[in-house]
Design a protein around this ligand. Structure first.
Ligand SMILES: [Zn+2]
Ligand SMILES: [Zn+2]
Length: 88
């Protein structure tokens, strides 16, 4: 199952839904996101009107990282290194 390239409904930029993320969303029967990770994050922050940063682990390499998504959130989060590796 390849990563799916989608166009963000907010900023119109292309983004990838990672393989692991697709699988996770499918399992939970959550539709694929329509916004790129950055816009999703912006919206989330705007909605909450506060910045929450969580210490969590990269879902790929397991390295400790800081993310706006907690480990309980339904998003697969890669550290920057893994994300860019993934994009090739
Ligand atoms: Zn966007
Ligand atoms: Zn990583």
């Amino acid at each position: 199952m390849p990563s799916e390239r989608k166009t963000c409904s907010t900023c119109q930029k292309d983004f990838l839904v990672l393989e692991a993320e697709q699988e996770f969303l499918r399992k939970k029967e959550i539709p694929l996101p329509v916004d790129c990770p950055k816009c999703r994050q912006d919206k989330r922050l705007a909605m909450r009107n506060e910045r929450n940063l969580y210490k969590r682990k990269c879902d790929k390499c397991g390295d400790a990282m800081i993310s706006t998504y907690s480990e309980e959130s339904p998003y697969v989060v890669y550290c920057q290194k893994c994300y860019w590796e993934y994009l090739g």
